[in-house]
Each structure stands twice: as C-alpha cells, then as structure tokens.
Ligand binder design. Structure first.
Ligand code: CTP
Ligand code: CA
Length: 234
C-alpha cells in the first residue's frame, strides 16, 4: 500500500469505527445514555467505504441507516462495545473511536424494575467507571496495533483538552470538536474540527477544518487519516 498523496485510496485497508452512544442499564426498563446521534461515525464509515476500504462499524443504538457496503455490528453497553472493539481492532489497519462511550455504568443493575417507594424522596445510583476503549486499543502490542484515531467533544479549552487526550490515551490522531457553538456537533448536521496528530517528539501537528456538513467533514478527516497513516509507514 503506497498511494501518492493526491490520489490516496483505501483499497486493501480494514477500518473499524465505533459510533453513537452507549446505553448503560439501570434495570430491565431503564438506562443512562447521552445525546450522540452517530451521524459523524456513520459519515466516516461512508467516506471510508467510498474510498474502497473494508469498513466495520460498531454501533450503539442510533436511528440511522447502515451505509451501503458497510458491515455493521450493533452493541448497547460500553462493555459490549469494548469487547467488539478488541476483537475487531486486532485485524484492522485503522481504529476510529467516534462513539460517545458512557464514562460510567451502574454498578449493580437491578434484576427487576425498580419500584418507587413511599418512604424516600431520593434515590442514589452508584456508578463504576467503564473501560477506556480507545486507550486499550492504543496500548495493544505494536505488531497488532492499528493506527488509532480518537474524537474529543469539548465545550471549552478545546485544543488543550484534545492535546491532553491525544497524549494521555496514546492516540495517533485526534479530531476535536467545539460543541459549544450553536448548530455544530451533537445531533447537528454540521461540524467543524481541529485535527491534532503526533509528530515524532515535536509538538503535535495541527490542521483546522472549517464548519461544513458532517459528510464533507468526514471525507476531509478520512483524507487526513490516510495521509498520516502513509506518513507513519514511511
Ligand atoms: N472513549 C473510549 N472509551 C471510553 C471513553 C471515551 O473509547 N470509556 C473514546 C471516545 O470514543 C473518544 C475519546 O475516547 O474517541 C475521547 O472521549 P472523551 O469522552 O472526550 O474522553 P474522556 O477521556 O472520557 O474525557 P471526558 O472527561 O472529557 O469525558
Ligand atoms: Ca467521556
């Protein structure tokens, strides 16, 4: 695989993408989750398959159609997403963690529906930390480790937090979104991004991608991933 920069295509590459939210059960009828729509991850899957890649999409519960040509695996909890990611990442070239993984799960999931009680006006749920999926993938032995791309949605100090996540989780690249801007990010059809990548021991490389549809942004992000992947093999 040695495409020129201008015509880089993704034939022969296997890309694993996580997308959407996770659901953490409280009891058989309730859960904790977040507002992730899955649009960005699905747009990336579509962009990658259009470039000829084999794409495996590990998806939390979303209401989106599977892009044609994409192999989709549905999961609910962070733990399920973790297991699917570990299994598929080892045979892949690129792992893109686009999912909004719940940081915590309910420590003890009730076997039966929780009943409202007359005695108390409050209820405490004890939460336990979920595994950090992308950090675990990034820590795989280098012989089986894919090129790892994370996402960071922040409401302030975008670059500092994203840079910290890039380094702390051992990622190769991070796509940072400022979700405090109206009409961009969570649930929206548009997004802007700041790309940061590790560049030897120097300070991270950076590129700003202006606000655009999630489809065109996904193409630009995927293009940048191919560029960095090629550079990392040189
Ligand atoms: N991520 C993951 N597993 C988790 C949490 C996050 O794989 N348990 C991944 C996300 O898919 C994303 C990246 O880590 O690619 C950053 O997610 P984010 O929620 O921004 O990072 P956190 O470390 O959870 O930090 P924060 O406290 O800001 O939520
Ligand atoms: Ca988080």
């Amino acid at each position: 695989f040695a495409p020129s920069r201008a015509t880089a295509d993704a034939r022969g590459l296997t890309i694993v993408i996580t997308a959407g939210p996770t659901r953490e059960a409280i009891d058989p009828v309730r859960y904790l989750s977040n507002h992730s729509s899955g649009k960005m991850g699905y747009a990336l899957a579509e962009a990658a398959v259009r470039r000829g890649a084999t794409v495996k999409l590990i998806s939390g519960p979303v209401s989106l159609d599977t892009p044609p040509g994409v192999e989709r695996l549905d999961v609910e909890s962070a733990q399920e997403m973790f297991e699917a990611s570990r299994r598929l990442a080892e045979q892949s070239d690129v792992f893109i963690g686009c999912a909004a993984v719940a940081d915590y799960r309910v420590e003890h999931v009730a076997e039966h529906k929780l009943k409202k009680t007359a005695e108390r006006d409050d209820l405490t749920l004890k939460l336990a930390k979920n595994p950090d999926i992308i950090a675990e993938i990034a820590a795989l032995d280098r012989r089986i480790r894919p090129f790892v791309v994370g996402f960071a949605a922040e409401t302030r100090d975008l670059e500092a937090y994203a840079r910290d996540k890039l380094l702390r989780k051992g990622l190769d690249m991070i796509v940072a979104n400022d979700v405090s801007q109206e009409g961009l990010g969570f649930g929206a059809d548009h997004n802007a991004a700041l790309l940061l990548w590790r560049d030897d021991d120097r300070s991270p490389g950076r590129r700003e991608l202006p606000a655009q549809t999630k489809q065109t942004l996904a193409s630009a992000v995927f293009e940048a991933i191919l560029e960095r992947l090629t550079a990392s093999h040189e």
